[in-house]
Design a protein around this ligand. Structure first.
Ligand SMILES: Nc1ncnc2c1ncn2[C@@H]1O[C@@H]2COP(=O)(O)O[C@H]2[C@H]1O
Length: 294
């Protein structure tokens, strides 16, 4: 019995502008999706339609199926698809922490960068999108869907990034925007997040964690820029295992996002994750336009 359907619209962490972080998520059997980050929309929806994931034209998927956007942080590779597709989009909410939404308002939905399709910021405001600021830890319903969200702060170098805990009935998916290990970020955000979600792993209600691994282990700690390597990812999951109990993560779905090109690095990251997977996580590599049931 699956609880969610996930449709990756873009999966990479930069460089290939046709395939940047964006993931549609809906309760299984529902057409009321959210989109987690929005780096690439058009190219991903086209692929999903070509793969018969959707039986409607791409315009319909963009306008009718995506009910809202969840933006983890304001870096271009997480928002460019939203901005570029905004003239063809329908009215909906953009959810995120206040400082992230403020950057959309002051840097992107302005009359110099684009047109102001939002409902705040530089006049005239076209009011297609409503900025909906989230409060850390507070569960709120997601408009026009059967899901709720709780947002948690993450550290991403100089920025605050976001983890979104999405709930449908009594099942959950956890999506993390760009972030790195507490030890390097000099943060406790990962630990606090693990404390919040460990009970959901124990109760088997958390269906998957979507988390980034941007660089192979060869990347020096001082040039991680708020990202994970396989070694650091596995060390954070080892911390999580101390909260779930020994063996508590065996077979748990971990969807690896935001791999950065070149392709030789991506091959390395996958090899290293496999070699270092002593916790026996079920590692899943999403593919653009191919649905995953969770
Ligand atoms: N101090 C820095 N020097 C060079 N490149 C950087 C620095 N900080 C961030 N970046 C780059 O800017 C990118 C912004 O998006 P990412 O965090 O995915 O990856 C980041 C790096 O590629």
């Amino acid at each position: 019995q699956h609880a969610f359907k996930l449709v990756p619209l873009g999966i990479l962490g930069g460089a290939d502008e046709s395939n940047l972080s964006a993931y549609m998520l809906a309760p299984e059997g529902s057409e009321n999706y959210i989109c987690l980050d929005a780096g690439t929309l058009h190219a991903g929806i086209q692929k999903a339609v070509a793969n018969k994931v959707f039986n409607e034209p791409a315009e319909h998927v963009l306008r009718q199926y995506i009910k809202g956007y969840f933006i983890s942080h304001s870096h271009l590779d997480h928002v460019s698809g939203l901005i570029l597709n905004s003239p063809d989009d329908s009215t909906k909410n953009i959810y995120g922490f206040a400082d992230c939404l403020k950057t959309l308002e002051t840097h992107y939905f302005t009359w110099a960068s684009w047109a102001n399709f939002a409902d705040a910021g530089e006049a005239p405001v076209l009011k297609k999108y409503h900025y909906e600021a989230l409060t850390p830890g507070e569960e709120v319903p997601i408009k026009n869907t059967e899901m709720t969200v709780r947002a948690f702060p993450l550290s991403h170098s100089n920025l605050t990034s976001t983890a979104f805990l999405i709930k449908s009935n009594n099942s959950y998916v956890l999506y993390l925007g760009d972030t790195g290990p507490d030890a390097i970020e000099k943060s406790t955000n990962m630990h606090k997040l693990w404390e919040a979600i460990a009970p959901l792993i124990k109760s088997k209600s958390l269906k998957a964690i979507m988390i980034e691994t941007s660089f192979p282990d060869e990347q020096p700690d001082k040039t991680l820029f708020g990202h994970f390597t396989p070694k650091w990812l596995m060390s954070e999951f080892a911390n999580l295992e101390t909260l779930t109990g020994a063996g508590g993560l065996k077979g748990f779905n971990v969807i690896i996002t935001h791999l950065k090109l070149p392709q030789t690095n991506i091959v390395k990251i996958k090899q290293q994750l496999q070699a270092e997977n002593r916790l026996q996580l079920h590692l899943i590599y999403p593919e653009q336009g191919k649905a995953i049931s969770l």
